[in-house]
Design a protein around this ligand. Sequence first.
Ligand code: SF4
Length: 287
Amino acid sequence: MRPLQRLLLDWYARTARALPWRATRDPYAILVSEIMLQQTQVSRVVPKYAAFLARFPTAASLAAAPVAEVLTLWQGLGYNRRALALQRAARAVVDEHGGVVPDDLGALLALPGLGPYTARAVLAFAHDREVAPVDTNVARVLSRAAAGAPLGRAAVQRLADDLVPPGEGARWSHALMDLGATVCVARAPRCGACPLADVCAWRVAGGEDPAASTALRARPQAAFAGSDRYPRGRLLDALRAGPVARADLAAAAHLAGAPPARLAVVVDGLVADGLAERDSAGLRLPR
Ligand code: SF4
């Protein structure tokens, strides 16, 4: 094992964050956690993950559920289209794989809504496979510590997969993610507290931060309040409590007094995304 690998795994053994999805090897539960963790903070995901799995413990139970119930359980996580995508993936798992999440990269990538990150996360975390899911944290750590140079999207994935120590798929990726989240952070890396300080390619060579021009670096999110995401979220929250009459839509979306065209954009968007359905009275969650 290379010094960088050994140092990082030793550090992880001492400092690992205890997260509920790290205590399971169930690929369905790991898939649920990974979809929830896309764009939502760990602290918000923890209680939702437990509640979701208590209600939908298997891909089959999620596949058979009414869409409205799935969306209701998703409340508080945001980016609600992920809930629909997760249910579509569960239905494909039932229809095409007998209810068992596949353990093959190609089959995982063929599931609706799964990209290279999520497919590799399932393989690494459920099966200890020697592949590495690459998110912004992983790309940043690898560009600094292992390459000491900016990396394009394909190069960072290749390097990440090559660096997985034999038989350590899960622990290795958890360790990389933890280091990126807590020590090798974007703006002011805490090199003095880093287990890789002595072997970090960037720290040894100096110069420009390679993470600044590496693929998959974090992009600033659009402001929530003032964007259409805000009225969408408010209207969807109202729909979770029950159907909303046409006359009440603007108030439910916090768009009372706004031009009607703005409400129309929000409603049309929810319907187009499969998050709401029109009926003769107004709007409701899909059945
Ligand atoms: S030494 Fe600094 S730059 Fe290198 S991996 Fe550690 S925190 Fe990141």
